[in-house]
Design a protein around this ligand. Sequence first.
Ligand SMILES: CC(C)(COP(=O)(O)OP(=O)(O)OC[C@H]1O[C@@H](n2cnc3c(N)ncnc32)[C@H](O)[C@@H]1OP(=O)(O)O)[C@@H](O)C(=O)NCCC(=O)NCCS
Length: 158
Amino acid sequence: MESTSFQLRPPVFPDDVATIAQLDGDCFTRREERFVSGDVLEAFVRAAATDDRQHLWARIAVDAVGPCGFAFADPSHSRLTKLCVAPRARRRGVGRALVEAAVAALRDRKALSVSLFVRCDNTGARALYERCGFVGDAVVADHYGPGCDGARMLRDCF
Ligand SMILES: CC(C)(COP(=O)(O)OP(=O)(O)OC[C@H]1O[C@@H](n2cnc3c(N)ncnc32)[C@H](O)[C@@H]1OP(=O)(O)O)[C@@H](O)C(=O)NCCC(=O)NCCS
């Protein structure tokens, strides 16, 4: 694998609990954006590793150095729930590939549209989502805690 290339793979339980915990801590600066606890993170990885058609879909991006990002999506609500890319691997298309893989997985599960929430002040992530065809349709005050609003964004799947 070249240093700039990467692959996406499903998570493995329990091996990737530590992988995702590390990335979660490295990528998210606000507590409200991280998994609320180690137990919740473990439950998410277990669900995604055992039944990604119904309960939870996830992919981990891996480059020549190691795991460099992940995405989670909730098929029952057609929602992209978590996305991050390690600082060392940003602006190489990893985030976009994870978003497109999540949208394709939700489309495959009969979703007509995909939604997500993003901090209104997260200009980088909002730019990525707009590049992927998402459009903001609502703002939820204090969604990420006092004074930190969230934007809902939507994209059609067809
Ligand atoms: C947001 C994030 C996932 C982007 O991942 P990434 O791998 O760097 O994104 P990509 O390389 O696929 O970017 C694709 C396009 O999105 C846009 N984009 C991505 N990051 C951007 C930034 N910081 N500023 C402006 N535009 C950005 C650009 O148009 C970019 O294309 P370009 O590099 O050719 O200009 C990453 O910065 C991250 O993990 N941030 C912290 C966690 C986070 O905010 N997660 C989202 C929570 S909702």
